[in-house]
Write a protein that binds this ligand. Structure first.
Ligand SMILES: [Zn+2]
Length: 195
């Protein structure tokens, strides 16, 4: 769980312990003009919540881990690990509160574009446009008549070959039996009147 400490000057210090690293984020400025500086320090896992002290030389962060105590000095937006234990006798301890999350990278100006892209994972399963031929790799598909081609395989559905339907409408001369067209008035073979 990260912690936050408000410095009272519009600055907030976020503290997070991830693995053996301590991340310190200084966030300052007003909403919309947020500035932040982040730093990670190798400290070890916290054994107790971090504490902050206001000293004459800035703010001092105290981290307690199984490996010992670590002190980080914060001045403005810069921070540095202190080589030795500072004297905190006259320092004023500041209140540090637990927060659910640190100001994540979502605060960066480029991030607001994110919500525009929820379509990305859908790309492969775009709804079919029924009238256009479609191609997926070696597979080709078109509608009306339904036709599908995959590599050397071809599949057709719907309208069957046209010669068959034409023969269905064929007529024969009632006189000589020759084949005549449905709209012929006379037999082309014997001249018999058909209609
Ligand atoms: Zn005829």
């Amino acid at each position: 769980m990260p912690y936050v400490c408000e410095l009272g000057t519009g600055q907030k210090i976020y503290l997070d312990n991830q693995g053996s690293q301590t991340f310190v984020t200084i966030a300052s400025g007003s909403p919309g003009q947020q500035q932040q500086a982040s730093n990670g320090f190798q400290t070890g896992t916290w054994t107790s919540p971090p504490s902050m002290y206001r000293t004459e030389n800035g703010v001092v962060l105290k981290i307690e881990t199984a490996q010992g105590e670590h002190f980080v000095q914060l001045q403005g937006s810069s921070m540095s690990v202190m080589g030795q234990t500072p004297s905190l006798g006259s320092a004023q301890q500041m209140s540090v509160q637990q927060v659910s999350s640190t100001p994540a990278s979502s605060m960066k100006p480029m991030e607001p574009m994110k919500p525009m892209e929820p379509m990305k994972p859908m790309e492969g399963m775009k709804p079919m446009e029924p009238m256009k031929p479609m191609q997926m790799g070696s597979m080709q598909m078109s509608m009306n008549p339904m036709e599908m081609r995959m590599g050397n395989m071809e599949l057709k559905m719907g309208s069957s070959s046209s010669s068959e339907s034409e023969s269905g409408g064929r007529k024969f001369c009632s006189n000589c039996g020759a084949t005549v067209k449905p709209d012929d008035r006379f037999c082309g073979s014997c001249g018999h009147q058909l209609h």
